[in-house]
Design a protein around this ligand. Sequence first.
Ligand code: MG
Length: 261
Amino acid sequence: MIIIKTPKEIEILREGGRRLATVLHKVKEKVAPGVSTKDLDTYAQNLIKEMGDTPAFLNYRPAGAEIPFPAALCVSVNDEVVHGIPRKDRILKEGDIVSIDLGLKHNGLFTDMAMTVPVGVVSDGSKALLEITEQALQVGIDVAQGGKTGNTVGDIGYAVESFIRSKGGGKYGIVEVLSGHGVGRYVHEDPYIPNFGKRGKGEKLIPGMVIALEPMINNGTKNVTLDADGYTFRTADGKRSAHFEHTILITEGEPEILTKV
Ligand code: MG
């Protein structure tokens, strides 16, 4: 069931999104060679607590998971796509790319955001992967318009998919088994928003919907595997993957990005 947010809820989500973006940008500044993925998680948790808010992913148990997620921040390095579990012994090194994905609960409501950050100097190929994935997110946001356009969830997927295809015929794989989602009263709500699709198909975008768009783009095959930890998705061919995410509000016109500073 799609939940349309009330004006009061939207106010709370706007403030929560601003706080989340503030925290995630600070975590991004901490990314450097020699830092552990656990260090990033601890830093994010402390910042969220200082604000009087709650990390949304800590102890969150998604449908089908055997254990709750043991951290606030998902940290996914190189061939890890999403949901990497932070570890003290996982040390970032020059040339890595790292996806940092964070959820925040503010006054009872959830927002969700991610970005992939280079560790020091990275290869041109990795730089290009980060750029096109971030651009793909923006392409999806651009068509996420409610009201008179009549745009749908399928239009978002179609736009993201077409953009990625235009960037290198088969060079990039769009992860299909994971998708964007509604967010707000829960961490994951309807509708689910794949990063591929057909024009005009799927749920219609309605003003007041709050959704998280999150393209996950691989530098090779679209196929992913799940580690024995039950959380970490990684590319099946060992190539790198990038991930960017914003929580946005559907309006009558241009969508509003809620996860911005
Ligand atoms: Mg998400």
